[in-house]
Design a protein around this ligand. Sequence first.
Ligand code: GTP
Ligand code: MG
Length: 373
Amino acid sequence: MRNLQVSHQAPLKSSLIYPQPLVSGSDTMSTTSKKKKTTSKKDESLVAEEDILMAAVDDEAPEVSIEDLPGVGPATAEKLREAGFDELLALAVMSPGDLADQAELGEAVAGKIINAAKKMANIGGFVSGVALLDRRREVQKLSSKVQSIDDLLGGGFETQALVEVYGAFGSGKTQIGHQLAVNCTMSVEDGGFDGDVFYIDTEDTFRPERITQMARGHGLDPDAVLKRIHVARAYNPAHQMLLAEEIKRMSKGLNVKMIIVDSLTSHFRAEYIGRGMLANRQQKLNRHLKDLKQLADVNNALVLVTNQVHSKPDAMWGDPTKPIGGHVLAHASTFRLYLRKAKGGRRIARLVDSPNLPDGECVYQVTQEGLRD
Ligand code: GTP
Ligand code: MG
């Protein structure tokens, strides 16, 4: 429960729109106690290992929580939750040493918990190509309303994908975030998703005034657009991760079609300094990206994250800059767009990594009304 307090303590600016949780605290309490009752019916000592395995593969099986793990009593469960482990899958992927450290448990106990979680977690499985094709058919494309960018992306920004936009400061990353947030609220016929946007702002650069300008630029009612963009400031990496987790809960009753994290990496970079912290930073970033990707899959939504570059002075040719975040981010991104400034106030976007499109570049402009060809 400690985690939840963070979000309430964090001083969210009154100018920012932050939706009230649509599920009240008492509602969540009643669902957890219901869960408890179903598990207490079982005589845990009789649950053979085989049954546990069966439960893991049975789609109809009730969702298991960390309290259902053999050997995890209320005290251990609380320690695990305090350390941020509230799902079996999160435990299943840990190493005993790390879990022991983070949850303040003995290493042997941690090892047993991990093994049990591996057996009981819904790790997923293989699906047929046909099923995947069905899922791909649901993919929608958000128009940037800039022909050259849409062409570069084969029609627009895809749902079920994580798009990384990176570039130097002032290259226009935040402008893309604002523009796509506006476009996301447009009707499907107009190239939008008729959807709600969650915007995690880590650098205090979200500007409702800019949304207003861009909404007017497309003949939209600025207030109606702003109502559908839900913004939260993140104060550090832990808070940022928590906000992403909270989206699941806060999105009930909304048509969430886009999640923006601007910037994904700045807090991580500032908090985890030096080589010694690198492994820890990458592990946290990985977890955060998984949560974001899950939101994209579950909601058939688009996730857009921004990222800075750092200079690579030893580069012999080409652009001596590269995105930060390392392999973790490179692997998590479905598409990577590299932005840079060109002469005469123009911008160049380069598609760097894509599973099904050729690499390429396009030119566009940032104007007062927004992005234009
Ligand atoms: P960092 O977050 O600092 O790394 O930069 P960024 O890549 O997010 O840059 P951002 O998207 O904030 O781009 C800022 C640039 O957009 C400015 O330098 C302007 O060139 C341009 N810009 C922003 N607002 C306007 C506007 O109203 N009119 C015009 N013409 N350009 C604008
Ligand atoms: Mg920015």
